[in-house]
Design a protein around this ligand. Structure first.
Ligand SMILES: [Zn+2]
Length: 402
């Protein structure tokens, strides 16, 4: 057995508690936060009955959460009554916030989400990041982060953490971008390059998009495949409500699953990868259009107007997606496939061929395909909400920093 961990009790008593008691306190703080977050506003008594602790125990926990700026009281105080029994508790709209950031091939975006899940500040900038070194891109991202943190700060919010979504492979250390082919980054340590004093998490954009779907989507099941696109095709696998990371953290690279073994060469070193058929640029090429700004908008506009070349290109992209997804569906047996990111806007023209290919080829019953409501916002929101969820899951970690 390991020796009991002694740490200063942040409740202010200054005494040390053994490991088990500290662990219990942390878990109970989390239970209070989650209960108020899911069902609030609630009185202390209501929280106590929901989580099965005494009113006195809950009051101690609540007082700590209020002192740390994680909960706030909404109701009017009743003079002369200890503990203000009628006062309703809500998750604070003026305490810690999750800062989400996204590095896209042609844009940068940052937002601040409060503990109630509201976006309170946001900044987006077009930026031609393809082939640009990580240093200047991250310096620009840092400017946007500072701008959003300052804007959130004017509303009484402070950053509990920063999560950055990138279109590439991220190591399990959650800070090193091992490879981002469409940015041409290799082994970029964002911890060093961003030089922020806020706790940092770096993740693949498709993973954050899938988490956004899990947390914010309409009735998203706990087992699904999430497929999204920017220049590349990203995918993420959610099993029992958790992301599947893989040994090195690289799981979900559906874009590099071959759909034509002898097809065109791909930046990954392979041939005939899905991305070469269903990535935005591949579809534009197949439709005879020039890549430019707002590629997806252009495709959707032309397809809606009845442009047969664009419709055919999207049909073929749907077929390629269906072939690649068949392998994933047969292997993983998800409840649904969710199309997110840029693919969501193109769904009306992708879905028929995608679904028929998938139905024709899957071994079991047809796997339903749905379209994300979050669309291209998914990765950015998922990043910010990942920070918020971490605060709700372990409020003590934030309380100690507040
Ligand atoms: Zn490839």
């Amino acid at each position: 057995m390991t020796a009991p961990l002694h740490e200063v009790n942040p409740a202010g008593a200054g005494r040390t508690l053994p490991d088990t008691q500290q662990g219990m306190r942390r878990r109970n703080l989390a239970r209070v936060m989650h209960t108020v977050s899911a069902e609030g506003p609630l009185s202390r008594a209501a929280v106590a009955s929901r989580i099965g602790l005494t009113r006195a125990a809950v009051s101690t926990l609540v007082d700590e959460l209020i002192r740390s700026g994680l909960l706030e009281e909404l109701g009017p105080e009743r003079p002369g009554r200890v503990g203000r029994p009628g006062s309703a508790l809500a998750v604070s709209a003026h305490g810690p916030a999750g800062i989400g950031a996204e590095v896209g091939v042609d844009h940068l975006a940052v937002c601040a989400v409060d503990l109630r899940g509201e976006v309170r500040a946001r900044a987006v900038r077009h930026a031609a990041n393809r082939g640009r070194a990580a240093e200047p891109v991250l310096a620009e991202l840092r400017e946007l982060v500072d701008q959003v943190v300052a804007e959130a700060g004017r509303e009484g919010l402070w950053p509990a953490g920063l999560a950055v979504a990138v279109p590439g492979l991220v190591a399990r250390d959650a800070r090193t971008v091992v490879r981002a082919p469409n940015l041409d980054w290799r082994d970029a340590d964002l911890g060093d390059l961003l030089a922020t004093d806020v706790p940092l998490t770096v993740g693949n954009e498709a993973n954050f998009g899938a988490l956004a779907e899990l947390w914010l989507g309409d009735d998203t099941p706990p087992d699904f495949l999430h497929v999204s696109a920017e220049i590349g095709i990203g995918a993420a696998v959610v099993v029992d409500g958790s992301l599947l990371h893989g040994t090195r953290g690289f799981a979900g690279e559906l874009g590099h699953v071959p759909v034509q073994p002898e097809g065109p060469a791909c930046p990954c070193g392979g041939r005939g990868c899905l991305e070469q058929y269903a990535g935005e640029e591949a579809v534009l090429r197949a439709a005879g259009l020039e890549p430019g700004e707002d590629r997806v908008g252009l495709l959707a506009e032309r397809a809606a107007a009845g442009d047969e070349d664009v419709r055919r290109a999207l049909r073929e992209a749907g077929t390629a997606l269906g072939i690649a997804l068949t392998g994933a569906v047969n292997l993983l047996d998800p409840r649904t496939v969710v199309l997110g990111g840029a693919l969501a806007a193109l769904a009306p023209w992708l879905l028929p061929s995608l679904e028929s290919e998938l139905d024709r080829r899957t071994a079991g019953p047809a796997c339903p395909v749905s379209v994300s409501r979050l669309g291209p916002e998914g990765p950015l929101l998922g990043a910010a909400h990942a920070v918020v969820r971490a605060v709700l899951d372990d409020p003590a970690s934030v309380a100690e920093r507040a």
